[in-house]
Design a protein around this ligand. Sequence first.
Ligand SMILES: Cc1cc2nc3c(=O)[nH]c(=O)nc-3n(C[C@H](O)[C@H](O)[C@H](O)COP(=O)(O)OP(=O)(O)OC[C@H]3O[C@@H](n4cnc5c(N)ncnc54)[C@H](O)[C@@H]3O)c2cc1C
Length: 434
Amino acid sequence: MPEEISRVYDAIIVGSGPGGASVARELMTQGRRVLMLERGDNAPVKGSFFQVAANAGIPGQSLLFTNLEMLAMVRGLCTGGSSIFYCATAFEPPYAMLDKYGVDLRTEVQELKAQLPIAPTEDRLMGPGARLMMESARQLGYRWHKLDKFIYQDKCRPDCGLCSYGCPHGAKWTARNFVEAAVGRGMTLVNGARVTRVLFEGDKAVGVRYRKNFQDHEAFAKRIVVAAGGVGSPKILRRSGLARAGYDFFFDPLVMVFGTVDGLRSRGEIQMSAGVHMNAGGYLMVDLNFPAPIYLAQSLPRLRLDKAFSQPKTLMIMIKIKDALGGRTTGWGGVRKRLRPEDKAKLKDGYNHAARILKNAGAKGIFSGWTVAAHPGGTVKIKELLDSNLKTAKENLYVCDCSVIPEAWGLPPTLTLLALGKRLGRHLAGQMQS
Ligand SMILES: Cc1cc2nc3c(=O)[nH]c(=O)nc-3n(C[C@H](O)[C@H](O)[C@H](O)COP(=O)(O)OP(=O)(O)OC[C@H]3O[C@@H](n4cnc5c(N)ncnc54)[C@H](O)[C@@H]3O)c2cc1C
């Protein structure tokens, strides 16, 4: 019998993204026995195109498409979840919104800021394209400023261009850092373990069933924390009888705006080094440099064959909007959602502002890429399906990931999820003591 199923744990955590990793780290700091089940692999991060394709580019698994509009939605399936491939931008949670739901994350965020490498991009790390866009935006009166990054900046090689593939230099902080810290304190991590459902005794969650190596296994614990992400968690919960999970979600759609500048030579830059939150407009506008293959994937569907090889001299701005809640995730883990007219209006407004900045920077041939999405969430909302401690209506069953966010979002969520995880870990450890 595998070691992980031969004992009862204090907690089982399903998924190792920012939400799950943070709960795990907190519980292990408090000396608890934790089993983490992660469906993806734990291969070292190599910064290779093949690795990102395998962990975040498999159609139907990590690369999902909405019906009709065919918007692509990416998620990372490996230890660390999507944070392995994220742009490492840290945004403060919207405290006032969360206060309404009885969730105060101020203390946790302060503690995380003291523990993690969160700081604005240093001047020397900003690429030539990002500098040009910042200068242009400021000339036009935008409050374009450097953004806080989760980066060990002393380890960063700013023009390596590998951020999107997973940082091989250990410069980008990811949720895997927390998982490794928890494993260092004795947590059991099982990879290749896809949880299919929660097991109950009456109304009490007592364990999970998971599939590994083509076989079903069961594991048991006093508390179960489902942290499989905005699409993964509702799938597990629905199969476990929580039928209302997975409806009316957000996914923060984005569009890239490109323009070429003669003489610009960008060899790959830190992504999202600076930008502006257009709060009233409901979107974020930032520099975002893609490596050539991702730039190609973005521009070719728009049939800009003339731009296919222009990546080194292309300025790139990302517009990411706060989309209205709607749609549903499906029983097999797909996504069904259409953009509303107000969402399209935000994307268009953002495009117009970005085009103005690019033009002022000297860019020509301005065009937009394919609309995609990257932050699925709000599928298991606080107040609707969870109490303010992230507990479901079932005893001992909790959720902690992007699913729990109760309203439309439109922001980089990682710092919020880490804070939610820390808070839940503390809450559970406190319960276990009493
Ligand atoms: C390209 C990209 C760029 C981004 N940039 C930023 C950024 O700059 N700043 C920011 O704050 N956010 C960014 N994000 C978003 C951020 O990475 C995610 O919002 C965050 O990782 C979500 O955390 P999570 O815990 O909800 O879930 P995830 O990170 O999705 O982790 C869920 C984990 O659960 C596992 N899992 C799923 N199903 C199962 C199952 N059945 N059994 C076991 N395990 C399962 C998955 O393999 C995964 O490891 C970006 C995302 C992407 C894709």
